[in-house]
Design a protein around this ligand. Structure first.
Ligand code: CA
Length: 232
């Protein structure tokens, strides 16, 4: 089970549908784009944990998109698996020099691509695929959905659990309310930004009961972060 977010950029819709189905059944959150320029716009709003990028795309090609993403601060290290057609295989060096981390030649087997995605996430984003996340004295088990603080079990609602899990993936990072809405509630759901404050409040009450130290930091005008160095 994983909570990793994968974006597929592929103009062959049946392939996109197949990949989405397989990824979602393994627990990934999937976003997809059929055009290179559409993907670029989406990536300006949210950066996934991994990108599956087709080489030949309408709008902006996969290679050009890859080059642009590597030039951007927030996507410089984004893991990218490039999909190339057989005839383009000879150009794979060009693909890799453009900044892709791995490539898969079409037609490929879905289990093979799934294995490559898992392997790359384990290497590049261990905090995203780890079964247990730790931050300070808080431990979150993704397999059992149990959360402990100082060894004592905490009882969180489903939204508070997802919110904590999301914050624990990137300790210290400040997330805006909008980013939290996208990451925790998902893009398709309409909820007000005030909802984030309500659930952060509930999460705080659940994890801080009877304790002085609050690991969740409110950053005025910016959002929220979970701090690792709060104990002591
Ligand atoms: Ca294509």
């Amino acid at each position: 089970m994983t909570a990793a977010r994968v974006m597929i950029v592929e103009d062959e819709e049946p392939l996109t549908t197949l990949l989405r189905y397989n990824l979602e059944s393994e627990g990934y959150t999937v976003d997809a784009a059929l055009r290179g320029d559409e993907a670029e716009l989406k990536l300006r709003e949210t950066v996934p944990d991994l990108l599956v990028l087709d080489w030949m795309l309408p709008g902006v090609t996969g290679i050009e998109l890859c080059r642009r993403l590597r030039a951007r601060e927030d996507t410089r290290a984004l893991p990218i698996i490039m999909l190339t057609a057989r005839g383009e295989e000879s150009e794979r060096i060009r693909g890799l020099s453009t900044g892709a981390d791995d490539y898969v030649v079409k037609p490929f087997s879905v289990p093979e691509l799934m294995a490559r995605i898992r392997a790359m996430l384990r290497r590049t984003r261990p905090e995203v695929v780890a079964s247990v996340l730790k931050s300070g004295d808080i431990e979150l088990d993704r397999e059992t959905h149990r959360v402990r603080r100082n060894g004592r079990e905490l009882h969180l609602g489903p939204t508070e659990y997802r919110l904590l899990e999301y914050l624990m993936r990137s300790p210290g990072r400040v997330f805006s309310r909008e980013q939290l809405l996208d990451g925790v509630w998902g893009r398709e759901v309409y909820v007000d930004e005030r909802t984030v404050d309500v659930h952060v409040g509930r999460l705080r009450r659940a994890i801080n009961r009877g304790r002085a130290r609050d690991p969740i930091r409110t950053v005025r005008g910016a959002g929220y972060a979970l701090d690792e160095q709060y104990s002591g």
